[in-house]
Ligand binder design. Structure first.
Ligand code: TYD
Ligand code: MG
Length: 434
């Protein structure tokens, strides 16, 4: 059998070195050498031997059942983000800031399913038990405190669990590499070994990955191409809402969101997010309701704007839950096309509830909120605004208008201002202000 040894490979140019170097002698990049496993068999040979096990060629017409086999958890919101449950043999990465609720969410997924193996590298079994007690669920969970990925794969092979949870991937390591646990090479190699295991045994594996402040060191970014599904758990420190979003999914829609609320007894599913997000809406200048599409689901959210005289040489534009570049562009359009004096105004825009609305369909809502605050005039009651704003001040069509209109109707809104019925920004604003 080929012996495993490690090798340092430049991530920029592919230069290989047997020892670690701070700077690549080939391309000159700094800190670009990463440890990788190499098999010292036929690597150096000029005449590589053909592989002994030849893979079978599969004719696609021979595959009859193209439905994925899925494992359903009892958390509907979680399953929906995945596209209908955990696909057997898939590997799912769930990332998020420390303390956001990743372990809580996965513990809730685990305790409702039989045959789950929970690998805790960060917490002791006692700590997990405390969490389970807090969620007030029957305790029936196999927990393993282990950080050696090879020991873990051995246990999985013996136990054959229905689902494996690794909390977190940054704590795992293999003895075949010298670098410390949490380094890019250890994280990648551990994930690689788990992925092979998931595929061969047909077991879904959930990996927790922390987003570090620096973003790159041991970051989930290095894993994104390797896994089948990438989920992120987001939320504001000041809000109890937690949003689970899929940014990559080989078996379902991307950008699908699941919404939860962190409570004393764990995460609670929010079944009707539009209603919850609009619960505390106040009728005041600067407040607008938009219908944003997340995956396949329309959600109504309130956008608030505050426009106030600036005493700074360059006025502030600040956005939370909206794209800042887009906000700056919209302010420029409002200045140029509607002739609004925004050059000496600070502008703050906020999406309530901690949801991020990055699609252009919310442009009109942002503009209307800004004008409403600037002029101190309320938007008419019962109105929802959607539409993409072009640089010429025109309103551009948006996808799936019917779905958004239906959601607005369902929640008791009486009118939706949207293109193509209304085709210019100035017209839409004129109609919407009281
Ligand atoms: P945790 O799941 O440990 O976060 P992560 O694994 O992402 O680091 O939990 C995060 C926070 O959630 C923690 O500060 C305590 C809080 N929490 C609740 O409010 N209610 C609960 O039932 C639980 C289990 C945790
Ligand atoms: Mg945790």
């Amino acid at each position: 059998m080929a012996k495993l040894s490690s090798l340092y490979v430049c991530q920029q140019c592919g230069y290989q070195s047997p020892t670690f170097l701070g700077r690549c002698p080939e391309c000159g990049s700094w800190s670009s050498l990463v440890e990788q496993i190499s098999t010292t068999s036929s690597k150096i040979s000029n005449n590589p031997q053909p592989s002994k096990s030849i893979s079978q060629v599969i004719n696609l017409s021979d595959i009859t059942n193209n439905q994925y086999e899925r494992l359903k958890s009892s958390l509907e919101e979680f399953d929906r983000v995945l596209g209908g449950g955990l696909v057997l043999g898939s590997i799912i990465l769930i990332s998020g800031d420390p303390g956001i609720g990743k372990s809580t969410l996965l513990t809730q997924v685990a305790i409702n399913l039989p045959g789950v193996l929970y690998m805790a590298g960060e917490e002791s079994a006692q700590q997990i038990k405390l969490r389970v007690d807090r969620i007030k669920a029957g305790v029936n969970l196999a927990v393993l405190n282990e950080v050696d990925v090879d020991a873990i794969t051995t246990v999985i092979e013996k136990m054959r669990p229905k689902l494996v949870i690794i909390d977190s991937i940054q704590t795992l390591q293999t003895q075949d590499m010298e670098s410390a646990a949490g380094s890019v090479s250890q994280v990648r190699e551990s994930a690689n070994r788990l992925q092979r295991m998931a595929k061969s045994l047909h077991i879904p594996i959930l990996l927790v990955g922390h987003v570090t402040k620096e973003g790159t060191v041991a970051g989930p970014k290095t894993l994104e191409h390797l896994v089948d599904v990438v989920l992120s758990l987001e939320g504001e420190a000041t809000s109890s809402f937690r949003i689970l979003r899929s940014s990559k999914n080989r078996f379902g829609p991307t950008d699908e969101v699941g919404i939860f609320e962190m409570e004393e007894q764990g995460l609670k599913e929010v079944k009707n997010p539009s209603k919850i997000f609009l619960e505390n809406k106040v009728d005041a200048p600067g407040s607008v309701v938009v219908a944003s599409l997340n995956g396949y689901r329309p959600i109504l959210v309130e956008i608030q704007a505050l426009v106030t005289k600036s005493y700074l040489p360059s006025p502030r534009r600040s956005g939370s839950g909206v794209d800042l570049n887009r906000l700056q562009l919209l302010v420029a359009v409002l200045q140029k096309r509607l002739g609004l004096p925004l050059f000496d105004q600070d502008i703050f825009v906020n999406v309530t509830g901690g949801l991020k609305v990055f699609e252009p369909a919310v442009d009109l809502g942002i503009c209307a909120a800004i004008v409403s605050s600037l002029k101190d005039q309320k938007v008419k009651p019962g109105m929802v605004l959607v539409g993409e704003v072009g640089l010429l001040g025109e309103l551009r069509a948006i996808r799936q208008l019917d779905k958004r209109v239906n959601e607005a109707k369902k929640l008791g809104f009486t009118s939706v201002i949207a293109p193509p019925k209304v085709s210019s920004l100035s017209e839409a604003i004129k109609i919407s202000l009281q």
